[in-house]
Design a protein around this ligand. Structure first.
Ligand code: 6PG
Length: 479
């Protein structure tokens, strides 16, 4: 038994994580893949790495020192259950099985419960950063027991990205907390990507700038408060020229966005928890609309605006779009953190919001400069009821909202779809509204279903006798 950590599943993410582990001082990494050829390839391509190959689960278990620790890196789904069963069989009480895939957090809760009965620890860990992150340092969001974290923590800290001197990993909470937070990360990722795409579209349609020129704008934005990985790679994608046609690659890529499910899960979960994550939801729906070619083709002749106002001052317009992007982005993160708060309450997780913002500063797809501000906001006020109400963000809104309104209004007038920009602004204005038309909705509900309502001026639950003399009675219970 010479390895201190093992990896099961050697596709790109697994191989890169195994190489990352092997590159750190003191690590010897047991590796296993269902078909041995992948194991062999990894060994041949990286003779320098400290690997101990295994061709069976028994061999794999025998090569690990105790307590055995293994990270599963297989495509989330049924395959994960099969690997967990095999490892549970080969391992002993006290050992640790980590699922590093994008598992649905409720699956992780179920698996943790089942594995715990054997005395083995099960940890669902969200790992973000794509292929490069896995190799050089991802952001890691582990759940599971505090006991497992004691053994696992130092190993994960050694391979995680480092942001401002701190490793981008923390024990998020028990059982499925890690995968829950990774799911929300991906939801924010969807919103962020959609917002950036809307900003690009507005600038392109509004100013006629070429993708390469817009790449320069994004590169410039990346020097300021919007600095983030996604803005950086956007500039790279926009600058890319297709070798076959000599056209901007973005004009050659089919405009239908796919998805693997984590964004949908975020929205489904938020709906169940009653948390409005409208920016994330619109991002998921925007991908869905894009992927309906028949509906889009049938709708191509639908009437648009009869005249489109011209953008007079291009530089001012681009700055408006930048401000609108920043404001909408704050809303997306705010909604994501609201979902974390609601999830923690529902599932009894002690999630430190500021710590989550910290471990997202490096390694992960949504890494961004302004995450420091989120950490500060929760440090100042751990009970913050809406992130956007923290002083820094309120100030940011004061500085951006005029631009934001101009952009959303202009986009509507010009017939340019901005679902994420617009819905974020509508959410923001709903939060601020002193009175919402929800009062009328309650009135309608009471009219057709006697669902009752409360009054602003006295306690109790009331119903108007709509089909009688329309007097008000006090109702016993609300429904
Ligand atoms: C990450 C990414 C990663 C993956 C997503 C993409 O954090 O490293 O989020 O998990 O790229 O699954 O999701 P879609 O395929 O749904 O866009």
């Amino acid at each position: 038994a010479s390895a201190n950590i093992g990896v099961v599943g050697l596709a790109v993410m697994g191989s890169n994580l195994a190489r990352n582990l092997a590159s750190r001082e003191g690590n010897t990494v047991a590796i296993y893949n269902r078909s041995y050829s992948k194991t062999e390839t990894l060994l041949t391509e990286h003779p320098e790495a400290n690997f101990v190959p295994a061709s069976t689960y028994e061999e794999f278990a025998a090569s690990l020192s105790k307590p055995r620790t293994a990270i599963i890196m297989v495509q989330a789904g049924k395959g994960t259950d099969a690997v967990i069963d095999a490892l549970t069989e080969a391992f002993e009480p006290g050992d640790i099985i980590v699922d590093g895939g994008n598992a649905l957090f409720t699956d992780t809760i179920r698996r943790e419960k089942a594995v715990r009965e054997t005395g083995i620890n099960f940890v669902g860990a969200g790992i973000s950063g794509g292929e490069e992150g896995a190799l050089l340092g991802p952001s890691i969001m582990p759940g599971g027991s505090a006991e497992a974290w004691e053994t696992l923590g130092p190993i994960l800290k050694s391979i995680a990205a480092v942001a401002e001197g701190e490793p981008c990993v923390t024990h998020v909470g028990t059982d499925g907390a890690g995968h829950f937070v990774k799911m929300i990360h991906n939801g924010i990722e969807y919103a962020d990507m959609q917002l950036i795409a809307e900003a690009y579209d507005l600038i392109r349609q509004g100013t006629g700038a070429t993708p390469a020129e817009i790449a320069d704008i994004f590169a410039e934005w990346n020097k300021g408060e919007l600095e983030s990985y996604l803005i950086e790679i956007t500039a790279e994608v926009l600058r890319q020229v297709d070798a076959k046609t000599d056209k901007p690659l973005v004009d050659i890529i089919l405009d239908q966005a796919g998805s693997k499910g984590t964004g949908v899960w975020t929205v489904q979960t938020a709906l169940n928890l009653g948390v409005p994550v409208s920016g994330i939801a619109e991002a998921v729906f925007a991908r869905a609309v894009s992927s309906k070619p028949a509906q889009r083709a049938a709708s191509a002749a639908l009437p648009g605006p009869s005249s489109v106002p011209a953008v007079e001052d291009k530089a001012a317009f681009i700055e408006d779009v930048r401000q609108a992007l920043y404001a909408s982005k704050i809303i997306a993160y705010s909604q994501g953190f609201d979902a974390i708060v609601a999830g923690a309450e529902e599932y009894n997780w002690d999630i430190k919001k500021g710590e989550i913002a910290k471990i997202w500063r490096g390694g992960c797809i949504i890494r961004a400069r302004f995450l420091n501000r989120i950490t500060e906001a929760y440090a100042e006020n751990p009970g913050l009821v809406a992130l956007v109400t923290a002083p820094y963000f309120t100030d940011a809104m004061a500085g951006t909202q005029d631009s934001w309104r101009r952009v959303v209004a202009g986009a509507a007038a010009a017939g340019i779809p901005t679902p994420a920009f617009s819905s974020s602004l509508a959410y923001y204005d709903s939060l601020r509204a002193p009175r919402l038309p929800a009062a009328l909705v309650q009135g309608q509900r009471d009219f057709f279903g006697a669902h009752t309502y409360k009054r602003v001026d006295m306690d109790g639950t009331f119903h108007t006798l709509w089909s009688g003399d329309r007097s008000e009675i006090e109702a016993t219970d609300s429904h």
